[in-house]
Design a protein around this ligand. Structure first.
Ligand SMILES: [Zn+2]
Length: 161
């Protein structure tokens, strides 16, 4: 990794005088949970601009405890009321065997990697986890979709509210 390249790019960004929104609360009151896959640009996929939505990314786009933590802050402190969970085709978390990962150092706490078994059923289960969480506002509009990394198309799966 060439860190210098990153710092240089960040200087170019700042020199372009980006118009950053003053308010941290997303104007679309929307939070998107998706995979960290480098082929996915959720901002571009949905034509988002700065200040419109929160985007939470992790391996698989799973609704982990930490995503619930972030959603609780997103809703409670910054007023979002809609959540979209977007998983994707050819995800590296489909059938991931944690044994294939680097062995942890002795004494490491066990870690649930939340591998995907089936995109559709895991997506439905994660949507249910949000819906049933005591930390999530009951009037939350909830939707799920699958992003096709070959076509760039989004296939809506389910929406509730
Ligand atoms: Zn993925």
């Amino acid at each position: 990794m060439n860190w210098h390249e990153l710092w240089t790019a960040s200087e170019r960004y700042a020199e372009g005088k980006p118009a950053l929104p003053h308010d941290a609360a997303p104007s679309w009151k929307l939070a998107i949970v998706t995979c960290m896959d480098a082929r996915i640009d959720p901002v571009a996929v949905f034509g988002l601009h700065l200040g419109q939505a929160h985007v939470m990314r992790n391996a698989g786009g799973r609704v982990s405890d930490d995503v619930i933590r972030s959603l609780a802050v997103s809703q409670g402190a910054l007023g979002t009321r809609a959540v979209l969970v977007m998983m994707h085709t050819r995800c590296g978390m489909l059938g991931l065997d944690p044994v294939s990962l680097r062995a942890p150092r002795p004494g490491a706490e066990p870690l649930d990697f939340l591998p995907l078994v089936s995109l559709e059923s895991d997506l439905r289960a994660d949507l249910a986890k949000i819906r049933e969480s005591a930390w999530i506002y009951p009037d939350t509009a909830l939707a799920g979709c699958i992003f096709d990394v070959d076509t760039g198309r989004v296939i809506p799966l389910a929406s509730h509210g």
